[in-house]
Ligand binder design. Sequence first.
Ligand code: 8DG
Ligand code: MG
Ligand code: MG
Length: 143
Amino acid sequence: VAETAGSIKVAVVVCLLRGQNVLLGRRRSSLGDSTFSLPSGHLEFGESFEECAARELKEETDLDIGKIELLTVTNNLFLDEAKPSQYVAVFMRAVLADPRQEPQNIEPKFCDGWGWYEWDNLPKPLFWPLENAVQDGFNPFPT
Ligand code: 8DG
Ligand code: MG
Ligand code: MG
């Protein structure tokens, strides 16, 4: 158990799949700067996971979600920050409402840009919570 009490937050993480590809962006953040991560954001009061995923994806990429479902949950401790935090990360799998829609970089302060990457050939370095999940065998593609 961590010695410093911090805050616990819920993050919703979107695995947006298109064919064999997943959408990733390079972070601009004090957490995991320059690493590749899935679109994500904080769950707001009253939201469902599905609503949060759709809202965050829209805010960050302007993309619209079609079918969406719950995949898994991970528990991530960020102790090296000025304010230690713990995230319960809820991973959702989604596909686009219109597969022809392309991502826009709506929040350039927080992301260098979005791109489609093959799961078997992911860019490096990955944001460490995602890297850990992958190391643990996480795979968002339907089997
Ligand atoms: P918001 O204030 O707009 O709601 O949130 P945000 O600014 O978009 O937050 P974010 O950093 O993009 O995502 C929320 C947090 O989710 C992030 O700081 C750390 C946490 N997180 C995990 N695991 C994972 C993961 O695998 N991928 C991503 N992208 N974030 C994760 O705990
Ligand atoms: Mg975000
Ligand atoms: Mg956000």
